[in-house]
Design a protein around this ligand. Structure first.
Ligand code: DHB
Ligand code: FE
Length: 286
């Protein structure tokens, strides 16, 4: 990172993630879940908390410290970060049990809809002086029967070579390293980008305090976020990771799956290339 660059604070990234999440979840309400189901789930969550208090003989000062910490997570706008790091993977694994085709992974807090639409063979929007090893990801989108899907959308977003996401870091221009790539008549795409860096959970806020207090580490292995959509098919939200990358075996968000690890090879010009094909299942009947 250069000295002139402003590094996003946890509060900055956290508050941005809160605003972005509120916009995407505006229509969701717990009142839309049947009361018996709310009661059953919340009872189970509370039983887990009560069990931890009993098993670990939790004291009043520890209880009050936990309450103060929970308030700071809310004040700092870090609930989306916290939930996506520590909880989302379990939801994704549950949903994946009824999903065929390409393996999914967590969405995370940094998806932004409405990015530039790009042709099947394209370069992701980047700064003139974008740092990082050139990376080309090529592949095909098919249905689970193997039929290529023309006009499918490969929506890609990623961190830069310093681990920052556009839209959530003040020094990175909007739309940087994000784009919706539309597959060609054979369902193919070829995306020119750069190798992302591993991502560190913002560590100057309450989520970071917890990670440090527990003696954990705040890292996710380098990854590309990808959502693949095609008319009449169930969209897939996933991530691709890099063979041999740091933190691959100890992702703080526990979102790595072996099927999602790619191994790009240098093509002799300093560009690393990999292929990855995506398979979508039919949209389930509503
Ligand atoms: C978080 C960030 C990510 O880039 C990601 O993929 C998952 C979670 C987070 O900060 O919560
Ligand atoms: Fe990410």
């Amino acid at each position: 990172m250069t000295a002139t660059q402003q590094s996003p604070t946890a509060a900055g990234s956290g508050a941005n993630a809160s605003e972005s999440f509120k916009a995407s979840a505006a229509s969701l309400d717990i009142a839309d879940t049947p009361p018996e189901r709310v009661a059953a789930i919340v009872t189970a969550v509370l039983q887990g908390v009560h069990g931890a208090i009993k098993d670990h003989d939790v004291s009043y000062p520890e209880f009050q410290a936990a309450k103060a910490w929970l308030m700071r997570v809310g004040d700092g706008g870090e609930w989306p970060l916290f939930m996506d790091v520590f909880v989302e993977h379990a939801v994704e694994e549950q949903v994946a049990q009824s999903q065929q085709g390409t393996k999914g992974s967590i969405l995370g807090p940094y998806y932004l809809p409405g990015q530039a639409r790009l042709s099947s063979s394209c370069r992701l929007p980047r700064r003139d002086d974008e740092q990082g090893t050139p990376l080309v990801l090529a592949g095909q989108v098919r249905d689970v029967a193997g039929t290529p899907l023309a006009g499918a959308e490969v929506d890609l977003w990623q961190a830069d070579a310093d681990g920052y996401y556009s839209g959530f870091a003040p020094h990175v221009p909007d739309g940087n390293l994000r784009g919706v790539v539309v597959t060609n008549a054979e369902g193919r795409f070829e995306i020119d980008t750069i190798q992302p860096a591993p991502y560190q959970i913002p560590h100057d806020g309450p989520t970071g305090q917890l990670i440090e207090a527990a003696g954990w580490h705040p890292w996710r292995p380098a990854h590309l976020h990808i959502q693949v959509r095609a008319d009449g098919h169930r969209p897939i939200t996933t991530q691709l990771y890099f063979a041999g990358g740091e933190w691959l075996d100890s992702d703080v968000a526990e979102a790595v799956k072996p099927e999602l690890v790619i191994d790009p090879q240098d093509d002799g010009t300093g560009t690393r290339r990999s292929t990855y094909d995506f398979e979508l299942e039919p949209q389930p009947e509503a």
